[in-house]
Design a protein around this ligand. Structure first.
Ligand SMILES: *Cc1c(COP(=O)(O)O)cnc(C)c1O
Length: 346
């Protein structure tokens, strides 16, 4: 074998069940952007579909359309980045819900749906402070009126109202929540699905759950850096970065993962890794290889867990040493490194 990212699908399913149990009766939209946070979209969506996950959140249309192929016709899929009419057409063809955060987009999607004599399902996004592609509160009522008028003529179905929050401070999130509630009120008698929280707020703050939560990180067992631990959350990291031994010297073992594969060179001399003989220190990180303190009987072909699984540290533990978040550690694992799957559905 050679280096690979091993994804434990049994652990993924356990995390999914945990997430759904915590947030119920709110629904869980499984966020699968960035190739399911580096875990590999295809196997993750197939495993989730086996668990009857009803909603998927995709950043871009390409991912959303792929999820449609993988999850089948009954899945609900929301894409929240729409660039042009080709994206709108792709969404209408594949029955994808659109997250819309500007008035021009609302108009453009309604026009496209009218031209095709169909209805586009849309989720209107209010900017509650993060300033990432959402309708500003002062423009919200006008946007809502536009969308509801397009709903009356059948071009749009206003299916959701949503926002994304920082989840960095309770005060800031509370302010966002108040803006969100006012935005929902602006829809009057029309009551679409409300979704506001991602992983952290969905677990920690029940009043943020509303009808649905959009959770990526926790579903993959990625805990927040500096936040509650895996045991407290009831979650297990599902990915292990495994390197294999390619050379053995007296005091050092060489493995086939380096910074070109996403291993941060600042971890040299700092990170403890999992070897067949127990924990050893990572001593150097080169372009395509790294070295680890030797152990008795080390042999070419042995597996070394760099993070996750049998390693003493998870992706978030590594992230904390680097001053970043677990998602970034996983997303830095080169897409060219194969993903291997173990556990349920394998
Ligand atoms: C990535 C993302 C999420 C999921 O966030 P996690 O913290 O990974 O659960 C939710 N909503 C939006 C809009 C996102 O981009």
């Amino acid at each position: 074998m050679t280096a690979r990212l091993v994804v434990d699908l049994t652990a993924f399913i356990a995390d999914l069940r945990r997430v759904r149990g915590v947030v119920a009766p709110a629904r869980h939209m499984l966020v699968v952007k960035d190739d399911a946070y580096g875990h590999g979209l295809e196997r993750i969506v197939r495993a989730a579909a086996g668990e009857h996950v009803g909603w998927y959140g995709a950043f871009d249309m390409h991912t959303a359309v792929r999820v449609r192929e993988l999850a089948g016709p009954s899945a609900r899929i929301v894409a929240w980045t729409v660039y042009d009419d080709a994206d709108v057409d792709a969404a209408l063809d594949a029955d994808i819900d659109l997250g819309l955060g500007t008035r021009p987009l609302i108009l453009a999607v309604a026009a496209r749906a009218r031209a095709r004599r169909t209805t586009a399902r849309v989720h209107l996004k209010i900017d509650t402070g993060l300033h990432r592609n959402g309708i500003r509160p002062e423009e919200w009522q006008e946007a809502v009126d536009l969308a509801l008028s397009a709903q009356r003529d059948g071009a749009l179905a206003v299916t959701g109202v949503w926002s994304h929050i920082a989840e960095a401070s309770d005060d800031e999130d509370d302010r966002s929540r108040r803006l969100f509630l006012a935005a929902v009120d602006a829809l009057g008698a029309h009551r679409p699905l409300r979704h506001l929280a991602a992983s952290a707020a969905a677990f920690a703050r029940p009043e943020f759950r509303f009808d649905m939560v959009r959770i990526g990180a926790y579903a993959y067992g990625i805990r927040p850096a500096g936040g509650p631990g895996d045991a407290e959350l009831g979650l297990t990291p599902i990915a292990t970065l495994v390197a294999t031994v390619t050379g053995v010297a007296d005091d050092a073992v060489t493995v086939d993962v380096g910074f070109a594969h996403g291993m941060d060179s600042r971890l040299a001399g700092v990170l403890e890794v999992g070897t067949p003989a127990g924990t050893r220190r990572l001593t150097a990180v080169h372009a395509t290889t790294a070295t680890v303190d030797a152990w008795p009987g080390a042999a070419v072909g042995d597996d070394v867990a760099l993070f996750g699984g049998a390693a003493p540290h998870s992706a978030t533990d590594v992230a904390e040493r680097l001053g970043t978040i677990g998602e970034h550690v996983l997303l830095r694992v080169s897409p060219r490194l194969p993903r291997a799957y173990i556990g349920a559905g394998d």
